[in-house]
Design a protein around this ligand. Sequence first.
Ligand SMILES: [Fe+2]
Ligand SMILES: [Fe+2]
Length: 473
Amino acid sequence: MQSLRAKTYLTVLPIVAAALLVSGYLSLMESSLALTRLANRHLAYKAEQLRDFLNSEWEVVESLGLAGKGEYRAAQEESFRSYAYSVLRSDTELVFALDGKGAALFRIGGLGGGGIEAGRGEEPPHRLGPGWFSERLFGEERVGIAFAFEPFGWTVGLSELRSAFFSDVDAILRANLLILVAALSCAILLSALFLRHLTGPLERLGGQIGRIARTGDLSLRAPLEYDDEIGELARRFNDLVGKLESRSLELAEANRAEREAHETAVQREAETLFLLGRISDYNDEKTGAHLARIGALSALFARVLGLGEAAEELILNSSPLHDIGKIAIPEAILLKPGKLSPEEFEAMQRHTLFGYELLRDSKSRFLAEGAAIAHSHHERWDGSGYPQGLAGEAIPLSARIVSIVDVFDALVSERPYKAAWSKEAALEHILEQGGRHFDPRLAELFAARFGEFAAAWDELRGSPRAAERDALY
Ligand SMILES: [Fe+2]
Ligand SMILES: [Fe+2]
């Protein structure tokens, strides 16, 4: 992508440079011409003076009738040389005279000559007509103006060294070039500053928009630098981000409230389920500690199996319902101190079916899972359990878990009719029953992680809540 700054540079700088170059070139040409005209006029004016001097002297000689006398002619030549010498203003100016054949008669002034007489006969002949010339004269490049003086058959010239003649023009050229370079540098610098001023806010605005998009931080705002179109753009962008920010805050708040409401509902449901479970278990244990331990140990099983948090929560809240069907069993059977008759035992076994009937078809996932556990928690791995005689993995996993945990808790708890087993003895029983009563894989896992299960059991045995309930009943 070509940046805006680069694009503007490529557009503006060539225009500025071209404008400066054209105007510089034109003014240079104009001043060179003007200077050349001035120098020409200067030489032409002096040449005019020299010609006037010669003509007026000759007029005097002629009017006195002395034109034919050689000594007057020599005197006039002498007088002209003196006059010409006085006309010269610098040692680069030179006056000379050529005879009819173009041979140099004399030269006055000039760098090499210095004297009035130097140069006679040493110069090759020149064919110079009247008017401007530019020639190599007396070993130097010269420009000048020539005129004819008929009475003597002379061609008289006034000249300036070519380099001196154009030296001012050269100086002007150099000065102009310097000015041009300086103006170009200034223009480039000022353009760069101006473009920076122009594109800087846009670049910073773009950078900030990119940062907001990258970090998703809606509390950031674009910088408001100028009160122009870019400022307006930044303001509108900020308005947009502000609206997005308040919308996202509202959304986060709604999410939080919804999460809280959900948590409260789940907690209430769990409490209700637990209470339901306690009603069924009330005759055996009034504190509810047995059900709390079943929940906790089943959830620990789910964690050890790596089933995930949802499964842990599910079994934690549904396992306390495993004996809910007992509410339909007559108290005479439930509370009978001695051994049950076969009919009574059969009636007792029906608590699994009653529990299932009570909880099935519920929309609550806790109650639905509770139905499966209530139904199958007395099934055995080898198929010798009840009520359906399911075997192996046909028994729901949650029921296989609750079956181990329920038996373990019953063994290590004290009951009116039996003493509490040690945890080690209970573990031994469970391992021994692996593959018969219990899922052997779960039994092995229970043994492998026994430290954790024992600690979880201990934690809930002496829970304040359980003690407090004990005191109440
Ligand atoms: Fe049961
Ligand atoms: Fe139980």
